[in-house]
Ligand binder design. Structure first.
Ligand SMILES: [Zn+2]
Length: 185
């Protein structure tokens, strides 16, 4: 990262341990970098239950030490980038998507998963919230060239995702199966 000029800011999609565990090291290397997260996920940075590190699947119980600032719905200008913050409570209460308006890149975190539904079985996950957020993601009016990047896995064209993923083409079917606890990919 030093070779490309450093780090001005970090936008956290949400507070789960696999998305925050490198933060303190990054902040040590780039002390001027500002770090942001959706306001309802701030608590999870300091709570091993909410950030899911208590399960010891990925790490020992973990909380961060560095300062993190809250973001809210709206458009921010960070280091010359116009970035739309799109709240998407569900996978976690403060999950947020970030849309870089000039480059047409949408960073979705775990609010929608590559291949289908995000996990809804984690502490503070909410099935109705996930559904509502997916409908919000579906109704974003983004240009045809927009690309979506997931928290895990590949990236793809936003329009391809909307036109092929069952969670967007058959949302009610998806919702019923979600409430039953059956998978619907
Ligand atoms: Zn997650």
């Amino acid at each position: 990262m030093k070779s490309i000029g450093g780090v001005d800011f970090v936008l956290l999609s949400h507070c789960h341990v696999d998305h925050i565990i490198g933060l303190d090291a990054l902040k040590r290397d780039y002390p001027d970098a500002k770090i942001y997260i959706g306001t309802s996920d701030l608590e999870g940075l300091y709570n091993t239950y909410i950030n899911y590190s208590f399960e010891r699947v990925i790490s020992e119980p973990f909380v961060i030490e560095c300062e993190v600032l809250p973001v809210y719905e709206g458009t921010y200008n960070l280091a010359g980038n116009s970035i739309k913050v799109i709240p998407a409570a569900g996978h976690s209460p403060g999950s947020s998507l970030y849309y870089f308006e000039d480059s047409g890149l949408l960073f979705a975190g775990d609010s929608v998963a590559f291949g289908g539904i995000p996990r809804y079985d984690l502490p503070n996950s909410s099935v109705p919230g996930i559904f509502e957020s997916l409908m919000r993601i579906k109704n974003l009016s983004l240009p045809p060239s927009a690309e979506i990047f997931f928290g895990h896995g590949e990236h793809m064209k936003y329009s391809d995702m909307i036109s092929t993923y069952k969670i967007f083409t058959e949302p009610l079917d998806f919702y019923v199966k979600l409430q039953d606890g059956t998978s619907c990919r």
